[in-house]
Design a protein around this ligand. Sequence first.
Ligand code: APR
Length: 247
Amino acid sequence: MDEKIRRAARILREARHAIAFTGAGISVESGVPAFRGAQGLWTKYDPKVLEIHYFLENGEECWPSIKEIFYDHFGKAEPNAAHRALARMEQADRLKCVVTQNIDNLHQRAGSRAVYEFHGNSSRLLCLRCGAVVAAGQVDWNDLPPRCPGDRSILKPDFVFFGEAIPAPAAEGAFENADRSDVCLVIGSTGEVTPAAYVPIRAKAKGACIIEVNPEESRFTAEVTDIFLQGKAGEVLRAIERELFGD
Ligand code: APR
């Protein structure tokens, strides 16, 4: 493993345009549960509460689960060593951007600036009728469902539900960077959700070296990964950081 870490660090040190692609796994050590796998959220909750058509018809029924999943868990989470390592790499110009499927804001809170949020962000809620935007911090979570202060419609979190389109600026930025990349670090994703999973696949097609960090193999491992660093994101990224920066 040490040799593989050294190899990955060497490739990142020499990279011209390295990018990172992150999934729920990078936030597991921050206390945010992943969606899939034995402890995954979808073993406890029904994903239909995040299907856009179901939500539009049954918002009141969906909100208690949405609050539990995204606003109780995420509210307490802090960035971990993996988020911090990526932010440091960006500051040192070793990483151009992070493309994340996560909506927990932890990359930005760790200091990353170029972040493409493929699935939006949970810190804002939207009124689909009048377009009002409400900060999650201003919501009275004891009074569900949250409603628009203007027209009293049920608010929707400003993240992408199943069946919704990816925000165009995030998708365009992500694929543009994938096209230009020569290294793509893939951290903590099963690769089961498209179109997000096409980001590393596109990078690979354009010739990038794919370095994957995950305690378990994913869909990427056999298909696109060049160097598989088996382990937890915080530990592996900290080891790479030490190789790159000497501390
Ligand atoms: N470090 C790194 N990876 C980890 C860790 C850890 N400590 N713990 C778990 N993992 C890995 C798991 O092995 C798994 O491969 O993280 C991955 C989590 O997978 P998913 O829960 O499927 O997360 P993700 O790929 O981000 O899901 C994609 O699905 O439900 C939707 O919109 C949601 O953005 C999400 C999308």
